[in-house]
Design a protein around this ligand. Structure first.
Ligand SMILES: *Cc1c(COP(=O)(O)O)cnc(C)c1O
Length: 392
């Protein structure tokens, strides 16, 4: 499987495609036929790379975590996506897509958000690049995530509550899709992970691939070899993992590890471990693994980290799982919390709860003393302080 180039219909093996209502065809086809030429053009790359460097603050450090390495008796490097502007990897994609939208002549950006991280990244990119921004967010999430709602408003975005269904992320996606259908020519929908109809999974993976491009260069400089033995990342929809894996997926000597949110445990009924619990189905416009009842109702996921609280997984990762190209671990809430506290105490870095799931793999698997392990630290923990304080 060529993960860097899914087929022309956006398939990674049997996963992917574009399953959308007919009224969305014009929007999605416009993107499908134009995205590669635009984002690969020299002028786009010049503008994008310049913003990544001077606005986002890339390249992010690849940090050899000496204390953590001693504790686990192996060589651990942290890719510091937490140091990006707005605190996580999501800005890499948000800026890329808003730039793309501008080149497609769009004036208006819509996005969905769960915890608000993707909403904040998109509102930030829109403030910077001068586009109108509307963020759909479940009514319950708006109450739960007040600080991010305030940030989006201060950045000039309009936050519209999704009041149907469970009033959470999947309902916000439905509202955003409805908006897109009604405003096909003026509006671009910025999807926040490697999910959704083709070409979004490939588009988002390409924007996040900067993570593994930098890892290769930095590792070569620091160790004399550009390939680590392992790359570990957490997976919600899968964008930081796709970015961290991208330039290693064809290198057989690099083992890939994905950490999913086990919630209270995979057998507890309150989990978000899609590869363990999911079956083949269609969610948000693509065919992939998702948590559903026998008659196809989406099961509400649970994770302590809002960014991993998603009932599906992108087609890129569904195929990595199917082909056994990546090893998947399910990390429970409690295990993620302990890993977050440990990193904070021994390295002085407070990670996002999502990223703590990737760190927790260190307790699940034995590594050799001379193994080089790169862990994607997808975001910082400021947004999770309330949860951390409750468990201190
Ligand atoms: C949103 C988020 C994630 C999960 O999204 P992916 O698309 O799976 O990367 C992980 N970490 C952080 C810090 C996030 O904000």
């Amino acid at each position: 499987m060529n993960y860097k180039n899914p087929d022309q219909h956006g398939y990674y093996g049997e996963f992917g495609g574009a399953f959308i209502p007919e009224m969305l065809y014009p929007n999605v086809e416009e993107l499908q036929s134009g995205y590669l030429e635009i984002i690969e053009s020299e002028s786009f790359q010049r503008e994008y790379q310049s913003l990544l460097k001077n606005y986002v603050g890339r390249e992010t450090p690849l940090y050899f975590a000496k204390n953590l390495s001693e504790k686990y008796n192996t060589q651990i490097y942290l890719k510091r996506e937490d140091l990006n502007h707005t605190g996580a990897h999501k800005i890499n994609n948000a800026i890329g897509q808003v730039l793309l939208a501008k080149r497609l002549g769009k004036k208006r950006i819509i996005a969905e958000t769960g915890a608000g991280q993707h909403g904040v990244a998109t509102a930030t990119a829109c403030a910077l690049l001068g586009l109108e921004c509307i963020v759909y967010m479940g009514e319950i999430d708006i109450q739960r995530q007040a600080p991010n709602v305030a940030r989006m408003k201060m950045l000039g975005a309009e936050v519209i509550p999704a009041t149907s269904g469970s009033k959470t992320l999947k309902d916000a996606v439905n509202e955003a899709l409805r908006d897109w259908i009604n405003n096909p020519s003026t509006t671009h929908y910025v999807i926040g992970s490697v999910v959704g109809p083709h070409p979004f999974p490939d588009l988002v993976a390409r924007f996040q691939s900067i993570i593994s491009k930098e890892i290769k260069e930095q590792l070569l400089e620091q160790t004399g070899r550009e390939n680590p033995d392992y790359v570990i990342a957490c997976v919600g929809g899968g964008s930081n993992a796709a970015g961290a894996f991208y330039h290693f997926v064809d290198e057989e000597d690099v083992k890939l590890i994905a950490a999913e949110a086990g919630g209270f445990g995979v057998d507890s009924g309150k989990s978000a471990a899609t590869t363990f619990l999911g079956t083949l189905g269609i969610l948000h416009g693509s065919k992939s693994l998702l948590m559903q009842t026998v008659d196809g109702q989406v099961i509400e996921p649970h994770s302590i980290s809002a960014g991993l609280d998603y009932p599906g997984i992108g087609p890129f990762h569904a195929n990595l799982f199917k082909e056994n190209r990546a090893e998947f671990f399910s990390i429970n809430d409690e295990e993620a919390l302990q890993s977050a506290f440990q990193l904070t105490r021994i390295e002085g870095i407070i990670p996002a709860l999502e990223s703590a799931h990737a760190l927790a793999v260190l307790d699940k698997k034995r590594f050799k003393t001379d193994d080089i392990i790169v862990i994607c630290l997808s975001g910082r923990g400021d947004k999770d302080m309330e949860t951390y304080l409750k468990h201190l």
